[in-house]
Design a binder for this molecule. Structure first.
Ligand code: NZQ
Ligand code: ZN
Length: 394
């Protein structure tokens, strides 16, 4: 069966070595008159990108103010600071200069400025966003795909709750992507980014809807490309061609293209968000630590899909008499890939220590909201299933 779909991708992508020279014109075209430049912990300053952005706005005659200091797994406290600043300064456009964390922090500020209640209401399920300030992104790390996604993931520092909200209102007006800007990424971030990109497609590829061959073919090509290019850039960080493939894949993996005709699962993401909320780990690394266990937990009921992945993506020879073995070899192959790029394949490797039963209880309780919700789509997981997967991954 092919699932009905409604595909909406309003983000203009300006891609290439000269992409940053368009920033001023893009902001003006989007109607920005007073801009908040929002950025992270320092990479954009060190690389000179912030100066380029400032110059672009100055030459375009656009006023701005700035707020830096966004941390990976961005915090609600910084979002609140940004909302206050935007209101004080009369900001009408937010320019995110960084990765998923900065873009998500910008989206949350965008929701908060026109809203009269507490911005966390949107993540708490007490309100649905009705407006968002327009946002543009200057992407520095291909990973989260937030530059084209409808998603905004924020951690509430009070209680370490990491939650996502989805709405088309926050989709970026434009995304400026210069692959050269990613040359400075530390290897761990490069690897975690590639893992996250692949996972955004895998979370859609593993589906009950198995008839959309075109989407499958796009997904498989994307997965093979990111895997192969990741192996190259780990050795050659300044390889433009392969950095470019990964950067473009980051957007395509999470702009819903690979969901057309199938369905989002995202159980591994939900399990991971609790890990990164509690332990502050890098999102992509957390996904690598969990996915093989999720796969082994659900694969029996969905063998044909896992065989297809093993053969078409991981290049495993199909052992027609033993589909279970073919599927397992596909999972082993991706674990081998994770090891090659320095990603963990267990929670122990992720944290550098054993996780306790009590900590697993906390993760399960938060992920299942006290046992009240299930996660996933290809396979619905209740609290007991979540506990089993965390234990398998430990
Ligand atoms: O803060 P700075 O100094 O910029 O350093 C960052 C940060 O430490 C560094 N970095 C970024 N670009 C760089 C660079 N270092 C050197 N050179 C560059 N060019 O990389 C580190 C990680 O940055 P971050 O923005 O946190 O990475 P990512 O893009 O992986 O974003 C992760 C966040 O996005 C969420 C994750 O949960 C996590 O909170 N996600 C958001 C999604 C969405 N909105 O659609 C979907 C994803 O599944 C994900 O959940
Ligand atoms: Zn992700």
């Amino acid at each position: 069966m092919i699932k009905d779909f409604n595909f909406y991708t309003p983000t203009r992508v300006v891609f290439g070595r000269e992409a940053e020279s368009k920033i001023g014109a893009l902001v003006v075209a989007a109607g920005g008159k007073k801009v908040l430049i929002h950025y992270g912990g320092g990479s954009a300053r060190r690389s000179g990108l912030l100066d380029v952005v400032r110059r672009q706005l100055q030459e375009a005659g656009v006023a701005w103010c700035e707020l830096g200091g966004v941390v990976p797994n961005p915090l609600l406290s910084r979002v609140r600071e940004g909302i206050d600043l935007c209101r004080r300064e009369g900001v009408d456009f937010i320019l995110a200069v960084g990765g998923g964390s900065v873009i998500d922090s910008s989206k949350a500020i965008g929701y908060g400025v026109p809203y009269h209640g507490d911005v966390w209401d949107f993540w708490d399920g007490k309100a649905v966003p009705a407006q968002c300030l327009p946002i543009g992104a200057v992407l520095t790390i291909p990973a989260a795909g937030s530059e084209m996604s409808s998603s905004c993931v924020i951690t509430n520092d009070d209680g370490l709750l990491k939650r996502g909200v989805n709405s088309d209102l926050c989709r970026c007006r434009f995304a400026v992507m210069n692959p050269e800007r990613t040359f400075t990424l530390p290897p761990y971030q490069t690897a975690a980014g590639a893992t996250d990109i692949m996972m955004h497609t895998m979370e859609r590829y593993f589906t009950k809807y198995e008839d959309m061959n075109l989407t499958d073919a796009i997904s498989e090509a994307l997965l093979r490309t990111v895997r192969d290019s990741a192996l190259v850039v780990m050795q050659h960080p300044e390889d433009y061609r392969h950095r470019a493939q990964i950067m473009w894949a980051s957007s395509l993996a999470h702009n819903d293209l690979t969901e057309c005709g199938c369905e989002k699962d995202f159980a591994t993401h939900k399990l991971e968000h609790e890990l990164s909320a509690l332990f502050g780990v890098t999102h992509g690394a957390g996904l690598a630590a969990l996915w093989p266990s999720w796969a082994r937990y659900v694969k029996k009921k969905h063998l044909s899909r896992f065989v297809q992945f093993a053969v078409n993506v991981m290049g495993i020879t199909n052992d027609f008499a033993h589909p279970d073995e073919t599927a397992e070899r596909g999972i082993c192959a991706i674990e081998q890939f994770y090891r090659k790029i320095g990603m963990p394949t267990s929670i122990h490797e992720l944290l550098g220590r054993d996780i306790t039963d009590e900590e697993i209880d906390v993760l399960v309780d938060k992920c299942s909201r006290g046992g009240s919700i299930k996660i996933g789509a290809m396979e619905l997981l209740d609290a007991q299933a979540m506990r089993s997967i965390y234990k398998m991954a430990r």
